[in-house]
Design a binder for this molecule. Sequence first.
Ligand code: SER
Length: 554
Amino acid sequence: MVFFVVAEMNFLFYNYAMNSNELRQSFLDFFSKKENGGHKIVPSSSLLPTDPSVLFTTAGMQQFKPYYLGEESPWGKNVASCQKCIRTSDIEEVGDERHLTFFEMLGNFSFGGYWKKEAISYAHEFVTKELGLKIDYVTVFEGTEGVPFDQESFDIWQSLDKNITIKKCGRADNFWGPTGDEGPCGPTTEIYVSGIEIWNLVFNEFYQQKDKTLKPLEIKGIDTGMGLERLAMVIQNVPTVFDTDIFARLPERQGGASTKEERIIKDHTRAIVALILDGARPSNKNQGYVLRRLMRRIMMYPGFSLDNFQVVKNVVEAEFKAFTVAMKEGLKHVKEDMDAQEIFSLYETYGLPVDVLRDKIKNFNQPEFDALLKQHQELSRTASAGMFKGGLADHEPATVKLHTAHHLLLAALQEMFGKEVKQRGSNINQERLRLDFSFDRKLTDVEKQKLESMVQLNIDAGLNVIQREMPLKEAQKIGAEMEFGVKYGNTVSVYFIEGPSFAKASAGQSKDGVVSKEFCGGPHVGNTKELGQFKILKEEASSQGVRRIKAVLR
Ligand code: SER
């Protein structure tokens, strides 16, 4: 789910460089077209492999191991994938700029199809032409007992770029594999960009036996791996993998760089989610033990106390529920033929994912949709640039909560006394809200109690608070509450407090499920559940025909 949210939001933040989804796609597209017949794109395998000699999937080649040994590949000789991987060998390194326990690895593979010339040329073309990156240097295997210097790769690199720097390295750096006790392995050539190893090309020429001796393989194979997160870091020109779009949506302390602990929490959280989804459960052995260690490790950090964990759990759960309801509601309105504006308003109102819309609507038109999205984003930017009236003393959480309660109180007053009750003034700070409204007599105790419980019902109903930008005319047409005496521009920001249809009509919900709609610059809480206990402190006269309520949240 985390990945889904990240993916959805990417476009907002990384217009200037390819985001991780685009990178992944461009790699797979590139290889699906290369060369005779292209590479078959194979889905990632599970993090928990069938091979009993390894705990986790640590590399893209693992699911293909038998095909290097002569078994026929169901996908043909040349394949490419984006493989999710877990590597715990570097766990102590996690928290620096580029190590992760969970990551995605892009790779192209060949089982007796092509060899070094093609593999190196493809990699060179993808990095320098497709991505437009400059290669710092490459490394090739310098040779060791029984395995000679890789002259062939050296020559191929020189033929592609006569000025390229080629370094020779030994067995520790430029020989890869096998995974587990035995298997295919061989010399490598590695590509460095911005000082970082981004791509490892392995030439599987040998089979390492259990006794560690090497036996030449009958079929020569290609196995390459390029970490998506590192590639994103280089492409997006950010200092750490944690600053790429992949992590940018996860919670971050405000201001400044993330601390090592925060990065570890981010990394481990991804690993934990991915492992649980692939079927691992905490236990005292094998994969379950690693999962348990990852979980307990982050639970030790102050930023991830059990209390905070409850908060995260509740937020995720609430969002999940709200989204399920919104999906169900939204899907009711989907028809096979819809115009772009209708489609966009579904997207905006219910947050239906674009993929779903594209799938279900026959005449879905992507360029038209994109144009509306762009227009909307521009409006949002104007909104956040402060074009709309805000009126809050500060943006402290307590003040923001009281602001939302203020909207609920006005709605309750109108529900009780009619729409002609209007706001005549307001003042909100961290301690209390103050609402002045047009009304010509003192409220009775019973009326005050009833107001309190109407507001409370809407708080407890867990209603969503949603901001929408719309043309002034439209906002007026739907009867959004305007602030007295304010002149509005052509586009206005309206805050809706609305719930799934289960919220009771007696709690002040109109038939369309909207409790409140007000012209407002925000900010507000996301869901009324966050507000707690609403209490009216005082009701008094303010001026002729205007009453004043002071209320708090506990
Ligand atoms: N198997 C090699 C690696 O994991 C290349 O894919 O680095």
